[in-house]
Design a protein around this ligand. Structure first.
Ligand code: GDP
Ligand code: GDP
Length: 458
């Protein structure tokens, strides 16, 4: 259990630079233009041995577009609400600007726990601002340089007591959990069990509707959507209850929005898509009903299978489809033909825009997750194997009898099985497929990769 720190402040003061430094990865993108970082991003931050959750908030866009500005403001307020402590950043070289005052106001109104940071504090140019900053009435500013790593020690000094305080409170609030730990352990500390969030990644082509979908799921404007293609970016996650089910949602894209596609953004997105898949338990491949099963969709679905993730295929923008019955039929056919390795994976039609079908999507995700975690007892498996062998005995290549003797499940996530057999190298692929498909059907394991290994046992 750790506390949450939100970095807030107007655009271009260096929030993302600090976020990067704290998270230690290239999770956030830095750009000279204001407003690249427009939504709420979350990462695991650390300074020295101190660990915490860090949120990089939206800046208040200095755009004339009122609705955008309003959205930015709400996102910032949301960040403040979610955080235990806010790091309010100003630009020490620019001085205290009217826009900074707007933020100071939000923080005061929200009664936030504030750490004031004057960034870009390297060099003499910053001296005057440090004095000015006191006038914000938010305490003593920490002079720092996110870019050069200065001021991190001071930040640590301020955060440490907050962390201790938080831990004490969390311990006091923790529910008693009744666990029979036996006599000897009577005095051992009791660790409350917490439901681990289900990790999902939403992947798909630019403009498939990933951000719209995630916005809808999390029910807040933590992400912004836009009509431009390819304005997406790195893998970032949000944690949120979805109708009572804790989920951590990884997005490969869509959490980064920008008016113009930039080279560096494009480059980042590819490897980050892969990263999101690696983090996820269930991968939602989101297709655009107008252009389903494009090369890019197929590649990422295949990747998810090879990585052993549970897969749910969701066809988005279903609201725009008139011939729903016919379309569904052709979609299913394409699915079978183009992604045979995902046989049995659920295909769900949704409208991220209207929210229609999202309940079914959630059910499909939970079911896929369930199947992915499924364990079949050895006794069951062996009874089943006998039946399968009788029904369709393995071939005898070159007169050599293949004898399968024993089967067990060696792991879950995804389910993996070992069959002890004679002549494992002689077992044809088709026979392995017969067993895998049989497992899928008889033990009701659709939509999950199933691994089958053969071991030599003469
Ligand atoms: P954000 O919009 O508040 O997230 O700001 P960014 O992190 O994108 O930073 C905006 C610009 O300020 C980038 O060009 C950064 O390289 C620069 N910057 C960030 N931190 C520092 C710093 O400590 N010193 C100086 N000189 N520049 C910085
Ligand atoms: P991303 O690039 O995958 O994150 O896609 P966005 O979420 O930004 O959506 C791209 C465009 O498709 C936006 O103009 C959305 O309004 C639109 N869109 C998303 N979902 C739907 C949907 O279910 N129905 C319709 N008609 N449009 C949608």
């Amino acid at each position: 259990m750790s506390f949450t720190l939100a970095i807030v402040g107007r655009p271009n003061v260096g929030k993302s630079t600090l976020f990067n430094r704290l998270v230690g990865k290239k999770l956030a993108l830095v750009d000279d233009q204001p407003g690249v970082t427009r939504d709420l991003r979350e990462g695991e931050g650390r300074i020295a041995d101190l660990r915490f959750t860090v949120l990089d908030s939206a800046g208040l866009e200095e755009a004339t577009d009122d609705s955008l500005q309003g959205r930015m403001r709400r996102l910032t307020e949301r960040a403040v609400e979610m955080a235990d402590v806010c790091l309010f950043m100003i630009d020490a070289r620019a001085g205290v600007l009217p826009a900074d005052e707007v933020f100071a106001d939000i923080l005061r109104k929200k009664n936030a726990n504030v750490i004031l940071a004057a960034n870009k504090g390297e060099g003499k140019a910053a001296d005057a601002t440090i004095l000015e900053a006191y006038a914000l009435g938010l305490g003593e500013p920490i002079r720092m340089s996110a870019e050069h790593g200065e001021g991190m020690g001071e930040l640590l000094d301020v955060l440490r007591p907050i962390a201790n305080d938080f831990e004490e409170r969390a311990a006091a609030d923790a529910p008693e959990v009744d666990v029979d730990v036996g006599d000897e352990d009577e005095d051992a500390p009791r660790i409350p069990t917490r439901a681990k969030p289900l990790q999902i990644a939403v992947v798909g082509r630019p403009n498939a509707g990933k951000s719209t979908l995630i916005n809808k799921i999390i029910g807040e404007e933590r992400l912004l959507t836009g009509p431009e293609a390819g304005i997406t970016r790195d893998a970032i996650s949000v944690q949120q209850d979805w109708d009572g089910v804790p989920m951590r949602i990884f997005d490969t894209a869509g959490m980064r929005k920008k008016a113009k596609v930039q080279e560096k953004l494009e480059k980042l997105s590819v490897s980050d898509g892969l990263r999101a898949v690696k983090f996820a338990e269930v991968v939602v491949v989101l297709l655009d009903v107008e252009i389903p099963f494009e090369q890019q969709d197929l590649r990422i679905a295949d990747l998810a299978e090879r990585e052993g993730r549970a897969v749910v295929v969701a066809v988005n923008k279903w609201d725009t489809e008139d011939e729903k019955q016919d379309k569904l039929k052709t979609l299913r056919q394409s699915f079978e033909r183009l992604l045979p390795q995902l046989k049995g994976a659920p295909l769900v039609t949704v409208s991220a825009k209207t929210g229609k079908g999202l309940d079914r999507l959630q059910q499909a995700i939970m079911r896929a997750h369930d199947v992915w975690n499924r364990r079949v007892t050895t006794a069951h498996l062996n009874r089943w194997l006998v039946g399968m062998l009788e029904q369709h005995p393995p071939p005898a290549p070159g007169g050599k009898r293949i004898k399968m003797r024993y089967m067990t499940q060696v792991k879950t996530r995804p389910p993996a099985f070992v069959v002890m057999t004679s002549h494992p190298d002689l077992v044809p692929e088709s026979y392995k497929r017969y067993l895998v498909n049989g497992l899928r059907e008889d033990f009701d394991m659709p939509g999950t990769p199933i691994r089958l290994y053969l071991r030599d046992q003469g």
